[in-house]
Write a protein that binds this ligand. Structure first.
Ligand code: UDP
Length: 317
């Protein structure tokens, strides 16, 4: 299939681009490189250095049969201080992209949504029919695009899938996480192990969990890529499907740090800090729906394996 990957110079977008290429698809990446890296775009994909807002001429030129849309601002904390950037890029940019698609009669899309659309859960594991009550602008902006896709499916015959990622981690095709502002636990722990920072802070040890630290559902980026390839042909015209993507197993911050120590052989010193605002005690996905409907099965559910793959790529860099 001829596909356009918006945000294909970022962490997840570049891995999925590599997976699409190895599956025989023809890929053009559209990315303004505001947070992505040109050298992360896999060989074999074309790169159009353009923002979502200016995507129309690129789509008119490429004439894609489908779009995978990863391009977004994704820092929860910043979204609370600069909401305008999140509404403009995540919502305004997505609207521009959908209109660019409609102009060339391309109506198939897979969108990167997030567990942050749910907010604080009433029940675990979180299913797709759970209430959506985002607690930050990042989650609200992603939820707005999910709603946009529902209405484009109904009104304009789009075939859409929203994949709600939980904690994506690991590396694949030699591509890993590389953010100018790193806030995520696993890459921060690996930066400590690599000597790039002295220690990290554990945000709260007083949560109602077995060891007192927060529990999250870490899913390997290679498994996430599999899910995109399965999702791409799945919906019919007029259909918008929503799938959660997680392993269904939670690991605590303490367990992640222990795994990072085991993988790297480094002590990874930590200090204990207060809770981070807006962090729920536990976020664990039910991925029953995507398993049942698309036959998705995570091939790399093991935490040590996830951390180990991230470490291998971080060291090579
Ligand atoms: N965390 C932490 N110290 C850090 C970064 C993260 O204790 O320096 C915790 C954070 O509070 C959360 C978990 O690690 O409970 C995962 O956070 P991350 O930012 O990686 O992902 P999120 O779940 O926020 O998407």
């Amino acid at each position: 299939m001829r596909v356009l990957v918006a945000g294909g110079a970022g962490y997840i977008g570049s891995v999925v681009t590599a997976a699409l290429l190895s599956d025989g698809h023809e890929v053009t990446v559209l990315d303004d490189l505001s947070t992505g890296h040109a050298d992360a775009v896999p060989e074999g994909a074309a790169l159009a250095e353009v923002s979502l807002h200016d995507s129309a001429p690129v789509l008119a030129d490429v004439r894609p049969e489908a779009v995978l849309h990863f391009a977004a601002r994704s820092l929860v904390g910043v979204s609370q201080q600069q909401p305008e950037d999140y509404w403009s890029t995540n919502v305004g940019g997505s609207l521009a992209l959908l209109e660019s698609m409609r102009a060339v009669d391309c109506r198939r899309i897979v969108f990167s949504s997030t567990a942050a659309t749910y907010g604080e859960p009433d029940a675990l594991p979180i299913r797709e029919d759970a209430p959506t009550r985002p607690t930050n602008t990042y989650g609200a902006s992603k939820l707005a695009v999910d709603h946009m896709l529902t209405s484009y499916a109904v009104a304009h015959g789009f075939a859409a899938v929203s994949l709600r990622y939980f904690n994506v981690a690991g590396a694949a095709f030699g591509l890993g996480e590389r953010h100018a502002t790193e806030t995520h636990l696993i890459p921060l722990a690996l930066q400590v192990a690599a000597g790039q920072r002295g220690s990290l802070t554990v945000f709260g040890r007083d949560y109602p969990t077995p060891d007192g630290t927060c529990i999250r559902d870490y899913v390997h980026v290679a498994d996430l890529a599999d899910a995109h390839l399965l999702a791409l042909p799945a919906p019919s015209a007029g259909e918008h499907r929503v799938y959660n993507l997680g392993n269904g197993t939670g690991f605590s911050v303490q367990e992640v740090l222990d795994a990072a120590r085991e993988v790297t052989g480094h002590a990874i010193p930590t200090t204990d800090g207060p809770r981070r605002a807006g962090d729920p005690a536990q976020l664990v996905a039910s991925s029953d729906r995507i398993r049942a409907e698309l036959g998705w099965t995570p091939r790399h559910p093991d935490l040590v394996g996830i951390v180990s793959d991230a470490w291998t790529v971080a060291q090579a860099r």
